[in-house]
Write a protein that binds this ligand. Structure first.
Ligand code: MN
Length: 250
């Protein structure tokens, strides 16, 4: 089995090393990851300049582009054969609810999915990053499951793992995405040269974190597995918008 690994925290990130360590003896693993932290890059492709691919001492390849660039280049240009799976992570910090819209970790897996490859994004539930090895083990179990019971259609699984020792994980729940409250306000600051600048504020706290959501599962000590789709069409609003457009615009 051939697996392509990527992430959004950069090729030097401890979560990527943990993922590689967990999968290297059960698959032929290639790593193509961004050269620096591109968290929040979402599904962006770099179209205004060429991309460089370099190889680190440990064999990981790194690209001066986004997570999406990495998977796109790997699948369409770098790898001799298509990977059987794309695994992205392990992200330092959760990607639950609306996080998935901004996440580069999810985007790297999404790119694999859009290219027709079963793909998994895996994130650790806290930013402290104490137990990447737990998420590594979960990734190993998911990959093994995919190997033994393959899906017969492309899947995109968004996985969040509590930042706990393996023995304290209660189990795995298949969940839907929850929702966060709106993000905190932008943070105004002044540079040493007097320019006013702003930091984008932190993500909001969980708003819809009820039973069945990814937030709830993590809170209870479970791994959450959410199957994602990419069609953004709001089916329920199509009739209303059709009515609103009426006979057409004038
Ligand atoms: Mn990240």
């Amino acid at each position: 089995m051939r697996i392509l690994l990527s992430n959004d925290d950069g090729y030097h990130a401890p979560g990527l090393a943990a993922l590689y360590a967990a999968l290297a003896d059960i698959a032929e693993v290639s790593v193509v990851a961004p050269e620096r932290n591109r968290s929040g890059a979402s599904n962006s492709l770099t179209l205004d300049r060429p991309l460089s691919v370099r190889t680190a001492a440990n064999g990981f390849r790194y690209v001066n582009g986004t997570p999406t660039d990495c998977v796109h280049l790997a699948v369409t240009g770098l790898m001799d054969q298509l990977p059987d799976m794309v695994v992205s992570g392990v992200n330092a910090g959760p990607n639950m609810g609306d996080d998935t819209i901004y996440s580069g970790t999810v985007a790297a897996a999404t790119e694999g999915y859009l290219l027709g490859i079963p793909s998994i994004a895996i994130s650790l539930g806290s930013f402290e990053g104490r137990h990447f090895e737990t998420a590594g083990l979960i990734a190993r179990q998911l990959v093994t499951r995919c190997k033994n019971s393959p899906f017969h259609e492309p899947v995109l699984l968004n996985v969040n793992v509590p930042d706990l020792p393996v023995g304290e994980i209660k189990g795995t729940q298949v969940t839907r995405l929850g929702r966060r409250h709106r993000a905190e306000g932008a943070v105004r600051s002044v540079t040493p040269r007097g320019e006013v600048v702003y930091w984008v504020g932190a993500a909001g706290p969980a708003a819809d974190a009820g039973e069945g959501t990814d937030f709830y599962a993590l809170e209870q000590g479970y791994v959450s597995v959410t199957p994602l789709q990419i069609d953004l069409t709001h089916g329920e609003q199509m009739g209303g918008v059709r009515h609103w457009i009426g006979g057409g615009l004038s």
